[in-house]
Design a protein around this ligand. Structure first.
Ligand code: UDP
Ligand code: MG
Length: 313
């Protein structure tokens, strides 16, 4: 018997979890009845250090339904780490995993489509929302800006895709080799290769509880996305430094000339020249140091340099 596991990170979701579980159990039934008799499905809920009744709910659902499993993290590690914990745990027994948020804002019936793509041989299926009307004007536009910016610095994100996706066991194993501490999962997955496809769905508003991503957390998530894929911000210092140094040289000529012509007060030229030239040199040096720090940043991640898709043996 093969197995599909649905992995759900949950942080203080007592208000919505029972309802979500009910809906997912129905999906589970439809998956198995309609599609593949040689597959079974289960649900793994990762309690990411909740302080409410989330874990109690998981325990009682586990007693009622054998297909509901749970793990509890020792404290709140954040959405991305909770997902990784769930993936790692799931592949001990699963052949394919779907990750979905506990609030089921992402349409769970899309899991059926994802699974049929998997059966057809696709190993990564991205859930992509085809509407953003449920978002505020600010969230829509900041998201659009973020995709553009990341694309500009060379990170290939799938637009309008968050962490609702299907991955085969093989893909997850490869993904788990990315050992970086500050991980940005949706930036890494498109780097893995393999056969991929998208499934479109409509995203609905949260039915209960509140978003665990306030503005500050969203910004830090975005910043993490930028800095873990690019050392461009550091390079920018170097560019600024070169620019400031060039200005310094111009200022140098300008102040020498005005001094010769006797147009300045005593001491002005030497001050101006030293400020600009030294300032520029400092920035260039910072930029060079930054370049090395950037290299260290990419090295300490120990990302795999190649990924083998298949072995002939
Ligand atoms: N989540 C988590 N740990 C956290 C924050 C969020 O496990 O520290 C979970 C949360 O329970 C939900 C998912 O991550 O299942 C997405 O969070 P949310 O729905 O609040 O984000 P939004 O949809 O508002 O972007
Ligand atoms: Mg949500």
């Amino acid at each position: 018997m093969k197995k599909l596991t649905i992995v759900i990170p949950a942080f203080n979701e007592e208000k919505i979890l029972p309802n979500s579980i009910r809906r997912l159990l129905k999906i589970e039934e439809r998956l198995i009845n309609n599609q593949k008799p040689d597959y079974m499905a289960d649900i793994l809920i990762v309690d990411d250090g909740s302080s409410d009744k989330t874990w109690k709910i998981i325990e009682s659902e586990h007693r009622k339904h054998t297909t509901i499993k749970g793990i509890k993290l020792s404290r709140n590690f954040g959405h991305q780490n909770a997902l990784i914990a769930g993936l790692k745990e799931a592949i001990n027994t699963a052949d394919v995993v779907v990750t979905i948020d506990a609030d089921l804002q992402d349409d769970p019936t899309a899991i059926l489509k994802m699974f049929s793509r998997f059966i057809a041989g696709v190993e990564i299926v991205y859930g992509v929302r085809n509407n953003r009307e449920t978002d505020t004007w600010f969230k829509r536009n900041s998201a659009l800006f973020f995709y553009k910016l990341l694309n500009f610095i060379g990170v290939k994100l799938i637009p309008n895709h968050a962490d609702f996706r299907l991955m085969s066991k093989r893909v997850i194993k490869v993904f788990l080799q990315y050992q970086e501490r500050n991980i940005f999962i949706r930036g890494i997955i498109p780097m893995l290769g393999f056969r991929t496809t998208k499934v479109y769905y409509k995203r609905t508003p949260r039915l209960a509880g509140k978003s665990k991503y306030p503005l500050t957390k969203m910004l830090s998530f975005a910043w993490n996305g930028i800095t873990s894929f690019s050392i461009m911000p550091v390079r920018f210092i170097l560019v600024l430094g070169v620019f400031a140094s060039s200005l310094g040289i111009i200022m140098f000529c300008y102040s020498i000339i005005t001094k010769w012509l006797g147009l300045t007060t005593h001491g002005w030229s030497s001050l101006m020249v030293s400020i600009w030239v030294l300032g520029g040199l400092q920035m260039v040096s910072l930029g060079i140091i930054g370049e090395y720090i950037g290299k260290i940043t990419t090295e300490v991640k120990h990302r795999p340099r190649y990924i083998i898709q298949m072995h002939l043996d």
